[in-house]
Design a binder for this molecule. Structure first.
Ligand SMILES: C[S@@+](CC[C@H](N)C(=O)[O-])C[C@H]1O[C@@H](n2cnc3c(N)ncnc32)[C@H](O)[C@@H]1O
Length: 271
């Protein structure tokens, strides 16, 4: 239904009238009035989203992606589905795990995860890590993870202040993973995290970070961190970018990082 409504931008007035006429003939006045309302409300919601994005850029507002907003949103999130509501398919998750996560994270190494949520990727990271440190701005997520991974003596979970890596020594981490997190972190805080990555990642260590591309222009409530800005921040901090991609191939199949054109950037600390 959402796609049919989104298609309104591509069809002319005559086609719209024809569509409504058919709906009216087949479903009657009452139902068709509701369809028109839905159509109009979706249109208004789209315009409001675009306007909010423009205002955010023009007035340099944090939108819903400040540290305080992120803390509140994720503390009160319904974690019943464990974050799997963001997994488009079982195949997608398996391929992202096998083709990306396992390719870049050092097995047996000290791995840092930023923003584990309810542990959607932590499950795999904990299994392959010699030692795993996961930090999250939400104390609730940290509680959930502590419960889920109780008994795993190679994993520790810490609440972060939203821009720093707490209690982790310099040059002590082999790999860093973060998925579905930097899409919600604005550029200034992302910049602070990158400084911290430079501090904790040992020379030769890799990081794989999922982030937005265009500041949410194409939907998805993305932060103002664009791919261009992220690249610039990484280079300014002396990282070497190894690859940056929006999709990957796995045999015959091509998978997208997300439906909003997000990217995954893999970078290395050259030392
Ligand atoms: C959309 S959820 C994704 C959770 C998990 N990575 C997954 O893919 O299922 C976003 C997560 O990022 C965390 N987060 C948001 N801003 C953060 C920040 N500045 N520092 C650390 N974690 C943050 C949230 O608390 C939440 O756990």
């Amino acid at each position: 239904m959402k796609d049919i409504v989104a298609n309104r931008k591509k069809i002319g007035l005559v086609q719209k009238i024809q569509l409504m006429r058919t709906a009216l003939l087949e479903n009657g006045f009452f139902w068709t009035t509701h369809l028109i309302l839905y159509y109009a409300a979706s249109s208004i919601a789209d315009s409001v989203y675009t306007r909010m994005n423009q205002l955010r850029t023009k007035r340099d507002l944090p939108g819903i992606h400040s540290v305080a907003m992120n803390r509140e949103i994720w503390r009160s999130w319904d974690w019943e589905s464990g974050g799997e509501e963001w997994t488009p398919s079982v195949e997608w998750k398996k391929s992202l795990t096998d083709s990306v996560l396992l390719k870049y994270m050092t097995k047996g190494g000290r791995i840092l995860e930023v923003g584990p949520g309810a542990g959607r990727w932590t499950e795999t990271l904990q299994k392959i890590a010699g030692h795993l440190i996961a930090i999250d701005i939400s104390d609730r997520c940290i509680e959930i993870c502590k419960r889920k991974f109780a008994g795993c003596d190679n994993a520790e979970f810490l609440v972060s202040n939203g821009s720093e890596v707490p209690l982790v020594e310099d040059d002590s981490i082999d790999s860093i993973w973060s998925f579905d997190v930097f899409v919600h972190i604005n550029a200034p805080e992302a910049g602070e995290y990158v400084k911290e990555f430079k501090r904790v990642l040992r020379a030769g260590g890799h990081a794989a970070i999922h982030h937005g591309q265009d500041g949410g222009v194409h939907g998805g409530w993305r932060s103002n961190l664009t791919s261009k800005t992220f690249r610039a921040i990484l280079e300014a901090n002396g990282f070497r970018i190894l690859t940056q991609f929006a999709e990957w191939r796995d045999g015959e199949q091509v998978f997208k990082i997300s439906q909003y054109g997000d990217l995954l950037t893999v970078f290395e600390n050259p030392g």
